[in-house]
Design a protein around this ligand. Structure first.
Ligand code: SPV
Ligand code: MG
Length: 423
């Protein structure tokens, strides 16, 4: 079992197992669950306690992988009892292997009928409508970092794009894929408001966007905190974000009028003094109330053409100042400077998770970024960038035809739009 949402369907399975003998539950670790489903709301130890207290369960053991081989060989059970849900879909090959291994000692697979009218997925959807708590959501990013090779993050700039990040799923290469977390980007938050990405959109407005997203999602949020502003304001913002349940804030080491990094040196990109930025990081760390919240230092040396040495020097200094992660940014398309940075970073004595924003070097797959040493990949602006051309095309088509009929093919139906919104 993996889920934390226990229902009478699970109890039916446990009762069936109890008729056959002494029941041991293999409980999936966070790491194993996230290979086929989203992270459970409750942590492993909490899920374990619940199961241990269910009538008829003798023992709960850790299952670190989706594959049952290790536990099967250790226990050599007479029966494996499992719901029918794995007979099709991404877990089918795991089921086939269980049957094969059980044969070695004449063990048997028993699959009680699915209990009608209830499913963990249905409950999960209901949970989403109920929402989550700031504490559960805030902690989720650290749990994902511990459980997943690379955490996959997509940009959201309002409620509807938040819903897309929350709900989009695909089944590919035998696994169920979805996004792990949301990035609240300064670029797309500003652009959606028709404003430049220069910290002109103020904190009150950014908090409103975050609230709109929080209201309709349960996944963890990483906030683009721009430069963090004055240290005194940054520390207040840290407390504010913590209270809302945001998991992390990334601040960049720029000063003066902040310009978007993807302009590169076409505009003036002024780097903050290292000591001043270190002081900002350590003040933020001192201000936070929980141990879950993360402050991530973003290094802009490569964007400002200040060189690799400078980028590495800053990474060391920021880690020493208490940064929980670093983000190294680059706008070079070939990705060579980012890979060189990671090669040198691997030699660091003290390491923290490193975040990649591959807007320019987007030829690399997540697997390749993981191999290079990254722990998080942020797709920083793609929902806004893809929505904009469709909107523009629709506007042009209406003008050309003096009616909207021809624009229908660029639009989702009214019925669909009504159905994607939560009731
Ligand atoms: C953003 O998404 O606002 C970022 C990333 O800061 S970038 O636009 O690449 O600077
Ligand atoms: Mg930004």
């Amino acid at each position: 079992m993996g889920t934390d949402l226990i229902h009478h369907g699970h109890i039916n399975i446990i009762e069936k197992a109890r008729e056959l003998g002494e029941v041991t539950v293999g409980l999936l670790s966070d790491e194993a669950v996230t290979k086929y489903s989203r992270m459970p709301f409750l942590e492993y130890e909490e899920r374990k306690r619940i199961l241990e207290n269910i009538k008829g369960v003798s023992k709960v053991i850790l299952q670190e992988e989706l594959d049952y081989e290790k536990n099967l060989r250790a226990l050599r059970p007479d029966y494996v009892v499992h719901g029918t849900d794995w007979q099709v879909g991404p877990q089918k090959h795991i089921r086939d292997k269980v049957i094969r291994i059980l044969k070695e000692w004449d063990g048997q697979l028993v699959e009680p009928d699915y209990t009608d009218g209830i499913s963990s997925t249905g409950l999960r959807n209901a949970m989403r409508e109920v929402g989550t708590t700031p504490d559960i959501r805030r902690r989720m990013l650290r749990r994902l970092l511990a459980a997943k090779p690379i955490v996959r993050v997509l940009e959201a700039h309002n409620g509807i794009s938040g819903l897309i990040v929350e709900e989009t799923k695909v089944e590919a290469e035998g696994e169920l894929r979805e996004f792990d977390a949301l990035w609240v980007s300064s670029l797309t938050d500003s652009t959606a408001k028709g404003k430049p990405d220069t910290e002109y959109v103020d904190r009150t407005s950014r908090i409103q966007t975050i609230n709109d997203i929080l209201e309709v999602t349960t996944k963890p949020i990483i906030l683009d905190g721009d430069t963090g502003g004055l240290t005194e304001h940054f520390t207040m913002m840290v407390k504010n974000m913590e209270r809302l349940g945001v998991s992390a804030m990334i601040i960049e080491d720029k000063s003066g009028l902040k310009r978007n990094s993807l302009f590169g040196t076409n505009v003036k990109q002024e780097l903050e003094n290292i000591d001043v930025f270190c002081e900002k990081i350590s003040s933020g760390k001192k201000a936070q109330l929980t141990s879950d919240f993360m402050i991530i230092a973003r290094i802009e040396s490569l964007i400002a053409n200040a060189g690799m040495e400078e980028a590495l020097k800053r990474a060391k200094a920021y880690i020493e100042a208490g940064a929980d992660g670093i983000m190294i940014h680059s706008r070079h398309k070939d990705g060579s400077e980012i890979m060189e940075f990671m090669k040198e970073y691997k030699k660091f004595e003290y390491k923290v998770p490193v975040i990649s924003v591959p807007s320019s070097y987007n030829q690399f797959t997540e697997d390749e970024l993981y191999e290079a040493g990254f722990s998080v990949v942020i797709y920083a602006n793609h929902l806004l960038r893809s929505a904009f051309p469709a909107m523009k095309k629709t506007a042009e088509t209406i003008l050309e035809n003096k009616r909207s009929l021809e624009a229908d093919k660029y639009c989702m139906s009214i019925k669909e739009i009504l159905e994607i919104l939560p009731n």
